[in-house]
Design a protein around this ligand. Sequence first.
Ligand code: G4P
Length: 538
Amino acid sequence: MTLTKEIEKRRTFAIISHPDAGKTTLTEKLLLFGGGIREAGAVKSNKIRKTAVSDFMEIEKQRGISVATAVMTFEYNGHLINILDTPGHKDFAEDTYRTLTAVDSVILVIDCVKGVEEQTQRLMQVCRMRDTPVIVFVNKLDREGRRPLELMDELADKLDIAVRPLSWPINMGRHFKGVFNLHENNLHLFRAGKTQVEQDRLLIETLEDPRLDAQLGSDAAALREDVELIEGVFDPFRVEDYRAGHVAPVFFGSALNNFGVRELLQTFLRIAPPPAARVSDRREIAPDEQEFSGFVFKIHANLDPRHRDRIAFLRVCSGTFRRDKPFLHVRHGRHVRFSTPYSFMAQRKNVIDEAFPGDVIGLYDRGDLKIGDTLTEGESFTFQGIPAFAPEIFRELISTDPMRSKQLEKGIRELSEEGVAQLFTQEVGQRKIIGTVGELQFDVIRYRLEHEYGAACRLESLAFNRACWITAENPARLREFTRFRERQIGYDRDHNPVYFSESEWMLQSTMQAHPEISFHFTSEFTSRARQPRSAAAS
Ligand code: G4P
């Protein structure tokens, strides 16, 4: 098969949601359709349930599941589908943010009872930074949820994106009768607990078809009214707008009842983009370029502390990746080769000989790779768009065993390369500040420093709640700004200055008082990296 055909065939995406909206259930149903698994229950929930603060092994065991299910690959209708899994727990949200840099599109699951929840909003901000195309699946229609029109308003408002229903529910909860497919003009009747069969689907030419009344009774008139309203209120759906990330098509269904999932998958395959060009610091890299390139977006430590090797997840962006072929590790400026790269077909790890754009492969690594690293066939460039996101919780790292401080330094540096935490160093007293998005990450850090590096430490709370990277056109003004705020300035591992603030109010007033300084909410401040609108406004 030619490279172009391999690319055309692939769809690489992530399913994201607030915990409990139904991400795991939907993933499983999609895999069942594709034959990726044979029975329900095969996909372990990637949920991390906090049992006790000290129960690290439990967390780690649960995190272990995420390695196994990090990528799920299956074939369906001539397509090769890569679903990238994301941790549901918000304390590991940074992992999710980074995974989103490796996909070409996203399916967002919403619980129809709860509507748009906090975590959904944040994930959506990350999608919008890169204009990632999003399809929304409103789940749990078998429950009494919010009115569909109300949900549409909330989606548009809270997700800050235009929405366009492609299907429409007929009632909800106990009275849920089915979904009208606005795209194909057919009615799909609901039977609880059953998988879909063809006779449950009614193809109609016009909404005036009397079979609608026969099937729906008095609800037929309400459906006609709803459809008229929808066609009047929403612009016609255009695939280009969806692919540009300007409009999110919306589907309704019930993942648990396997209802609406086939429509979702089929429409997804019709409209979702294949692997696209990616931006590097030198030029745009098209997927069909003959020379291989790819980047690392996730690193997972080996769960066995006796082995230091880690697994780096690499997204192939162009050309063909080949086993044992030497590739340029751009940051190190030397060639590396991988003798056992593997893929994740049908839940199993298989050693592969080659991989194509859109594929995600696992590479064994002894500490050479870090998040954001680019591999190429010889050309020197680095992929953009794999930023660090502003952490929200901060602790000072204090060694409690001066004899082991070297190990502590090494440990925290390696853990930050793995993406477990972000490390900032202050000039005053070389104070080390660790930033995360969730408390659980501190448990992980303390445990791993102690068990893998033999370095005991204390993590002391700091009053900061926000960090932003700062730049200025005039370097003298930046120096002046940092000099007067030594205690609020740290430097990331690339020595970029970061400003810590103690409250949202303080951040806003500092921003207003210093228009000469630019504040950035991700570590990547090229002209392409758009600041999340609500982050800027909050
Ligand atoms: P998550 O990965 O987004 O966190 O959600 P998950 O799929 O684990 O689903 C969360 C809960 O919602 C599960 O129930 C699941 O069975 C239920 N659920 C998913 N889809 C639907 C749906 O269409 N309708 C209804 N009524 N429920 C749905 P649980 O009790 O937490 O877990 P379990 O014991 O069923 O596994």
